[in-house]
Design a protein around this ligand. Structure first.
Ligand SMILES: *Cc1c(COP(=O)(O)O)cnc(C)c1O
Length: 401
């Protein structure tokens, strides 16, 4: 039975102790329509020659899961294609992608310029954790100040987000990339809020695109993951660090992510339509002070969004400042029936979060004020419902405040 074995077959040996020995062979007679989940931490090597060929990249194949596996590769390839990138990698979380990618390219004595309007833990990582390793970060609001004025001879990285949270401001990616490259620095862009459907930062000169796959890419609130896409030489350097730090994504999560990517364009377009409908409705509501959404004509970011976005809308994320404080927001959350308070974003259902007490709760009062977070502010993530149902829910909740 074992004589016919080839490397693509799986054999399971069980010796139950009563003299029975069993080999279960798994030959695949036809090709499955959906890519299977490969829950195998390692791969069989026919010979020493085989392991040499695989490790030296002369032959395709896998050895040990952490440094490479079929589900992670299949998923990375889909995402890289969507971004127009040569290559990609998936990670255990968005923070694993951010920290691994940054640590691959900075060393003690380096200087980073980052927007202060970035994901709370990315901010914390740059400001406190990297400082422990001798890397200093200057925070510069890309929409208010000229990043050129902050470049130093040791600046190696500029870091920002395509759509910054909670102001939903859009930076001039080409300008940031040109400034970085004139100084032999790199530009990393967190494209989580935009996804490749809304924007492709590599087109505008970004060196690397980073994602929390937990959000739109996964899109169903059932997985935590991260990703990077970019040119093969940069991605290969990060791949080595991913293996070293062990920040790889599991097979099941990789598979879930590849499943979700198949519907990404449909989901993001619908969420963008709902985002715009909610933004327009809320902007006109008397209990609302201000709405931040790059698709509104009142948004200072609309022009840059129109220049850089793909024409599939402006995304599903908006921030809303109400005429009230924490007490009013608490009442609003209790009144809403369809829209729930969930401290994440980009699932199929419309959700809201309260940045001052959720994503940005580690920031002090001054830091909150500097990036425009108030106690009367919620952040909305529009889902796949009908826009009319969402607007009715807000209508009843706001009427009963
Ligand atoms: C959620 C998020 C992250 C962090 O991702 P995790 O998957 O939670 O680690 C990074 N950047 C942005 C913009 C996010 O929304």
């Amino acid at each position: 039975m074992l004589n016919n074995r080839s490397r693509s077959d799986t054999a399971v040996y069980i010796h139950t102790g009563n003299g029975e020995k069993c080999y279960a062979m798994n030959k695949q007679p036809t090709v499955p329509e959906t890519f299977p989940i490969y829950l195998s931490s390692a791969y069989i090597m026919d010979s020493v020659e085989t392991i040499d060929a695989i490790c030296e990249g002369k032959e395709d194949g896998y050895g040990y899961f952490r440094v490479g596996n079929p589900n992670a590769d299949a998923t990375s390839e889909i995402l890289a294609a969507a971004d127009g990138a040569e290559n990609g990698l998936v990670f255990a979380s968005g923070m694993a992608a951010i920290t691994t990618a940054i640590q691959t390219f900075v060393k003690p004595g380096d200087h980073i310029i980052a927007s202060p309007i970035i994901y709370g833990e990315a901010f914390y990582f740059l400001k406190y954790e990297l400082k422990r390793w001798g890397v200093e970060t200057t925070f510069v609001d890309f929409n208010k100040e000229d990043v050129k004025n902050y470049i130093r001879p040791n600046t190696t990285l500029i870091y920002g987000e395509t759509i910054a949270n909670p102001s939903m401001s859009v930076p001039d990616i080409q300008y940031l990339a040109d400034t970085a490259h004139e100084n032999s620095a790199k530009l990393f862009i967190d494209n989580t809020f935009a996804t490749p459907v809304i924007a492709k930062p590599l087109k505008f000169g970004a060196d690397l695109v980073i994602y929390s796959a937990t959000k739109y890419l996964g899109g169903h609130d059932d997985l935590v993951g991260g990703a990077v896409t970019g040119p093969a030489d940069l991605v290969d350097k990060i791949r080595f660090m991913l293996g070293l730090y062990g920040s790889n994504l599991g097979a099941t999560e990789s598979w879930l992510l590849s499943r979700s990517l198949r519907t990404l364009p449909l989901r993001v377009r619908k969420m963008s339509e709902n985002g715009l409908a909610l933004a327009k409705y809320l902007e006109a509501h008397p209990k609302v002070e201000k709405v931040y959404y790059p698709g509104l004509s009142s948004s200072p970011s609309k022009e840059l969004a129109d220049q850089q976005f793909e024409g599939n809308g402006y995304g599903g994320m908006l921030s809303v400042n109400f005429r009230g404080g924490q007490e009013m927001i608490d009442k609003l959350i209790r009144n809403l029936k369809l829209i729930r308070f969930v401290p994440t974003l980009a699932g199929v259902g419309t959700t809201l979060t309260y940045p001052a007490r959720a994503s940005h709760r580690d920031l002090n009062k001054d830091e909150l004020a500097a990036i425009g977070i108030t106690m009367g502010q919620i952040r909305l993530s529009s889902g796949l419902e009908e826009a009319d149902d969402l607007i009715s829910d807000f209508d009843q909740a706001l009427d009963n405040l």
